[in-house]
Write a protein that binds this ligand. Structure first.
Ligand SMILES: NC(=O)c1ccc[n+]([C@@H]2O[C@H](COP(=O)([O-])OP(=O)(O)OC[C@H]3O[C@@H](n4cnc5c(N)ncnc54)[C@H](O)[C@@H]3O)[C@@H](O)[C@H]2O)c1
Length: 261
């Protein structure tokens, strides 16, 4: 029970990686509010957790909307009296080069993937400062460092998240608020499934990913959740401003699978 007594927000927790983090944090004793724009899937997730004896609370939230984020933080503090952990995980993706991307598409992705983390942090931090205690985890990606063709807005947002992580670690260290990022490789989730389908030949893309990965497998949501648990817990109490790659070693490889060129 490494998070006993802690109160956490996980954004984008209705499915995929965020759901895995919510589940593990719940099992480790935290009161977890998962915030997601998708209410239908979110409510189903609450029912699934209930059946497994895991307590988690859903709050419909659009992380790119300031009013919605204020409501989320207010709800958490009213219900649970404090906020200790924030996981900025919500995100979207699409494959487009700069010249193919409309301004609205660009703004939407940056608003959700990068500004969403800014907004949630902006309203979470004053609550953490009251107690001089907190851990913020930003969900980046290997694309923050080495990327592929036609991923302009996504790679930019993820690079921005790692910069924001380093910067916030400086501003809030004095409040004992730690800020770190997790950068997953290819992780089994509805987002990855859709990315593969968009490539036209999902099986071929899957095969290439396995061949390319040094460990020969995709990441599981649990692989990411376990690193988030480390960063959320006191096990990492002197770790701040870091980006941890959770990708089976893939970031170190020069070549990319043909399917992604
Ligand atoms: N799956 C991967 O291979 C992979 C790799 C690297 C990084 N990531 C990152 O991990 C995070 C989670 O990815 P995933 O694979 O679980 O994706 P996913 O699409 O399966 O889940 C993302 C969740 O975010 C929610 N969301 C979208 N827009 C939102 C908004 N405006 N406000 C609140 N919630 C919103 C969705 O409803 C969904 O529940 C994302 O930031 C993604 O970029 C994923």
């Amino acid at each position: 029970m490494r998070l006993e007594g802690e109160v956490a927000i996980v954004t984008g927790g209705s499915q995929g990686i965020g759901r895995g983090i919510t589940e593990l944090f719940g099992r480790e004793g935290a009161k977890v509010v998962f915030a997601d724009i998708n209410e239908e899937v979110g409510q189903q997730t609450v029912r699934d957790f209930d059946q497994q004896g895991i307590q988690a609370f859903f709050k419909k939230t659009d992380v790119s909307n300031e009013e919605s984020v204020i409501n989320l933080v207010d709800y958490v503090v009213e219900e649970f009296g404090k906020l200790d952990i924030l996981v900025n995980n919500a995100g979207i993706t699409y494959r487009k080069a700069v010249h193919e991307t409309t301004l609205d598409e660009w703004k939407k992705l940056i608003d959700i993937n990068l500004t969403g983390a800014f907004l949630c942090s902006k309203y979470a931090i004053p609550e953490m400062q009251k107690r001089n205690y907190g851990s913020i985890i930003n969900m980046a990606s290997t694309h923050a460092n080495t990327t592929i063709t036609r991923l302009a807005a996504y790679a930019t947002a993820k690079g921005g998240l790692t910069a924001l992580t380093r910067q916030m670690a400086l501003d809030y260290g004095k409040n004992q608020i730690r800020v770190n990022a997790v950068a997953p490789g290819s992780v089994e989730s509805p987002m990855l499934q859709k990315t593969y389908e968009d490539l036209g030949d999902p099986e071929e893309a899957f095969k290439h990913t396995l061949e390319f990965n040094p460990m020969g497998r995709l990441g599981k949501v649990e692989d990411i959740a376990k690193v988030c648990l480390f960063l959320a817990s006191k096990d990492s109490e002197y770790v701040s401003g870091q980006t941890i790659f959770v990708d089976g070693g893939q970031i170190n490889k020069f070549a990319r699978p043909i399917a992604f060129d």
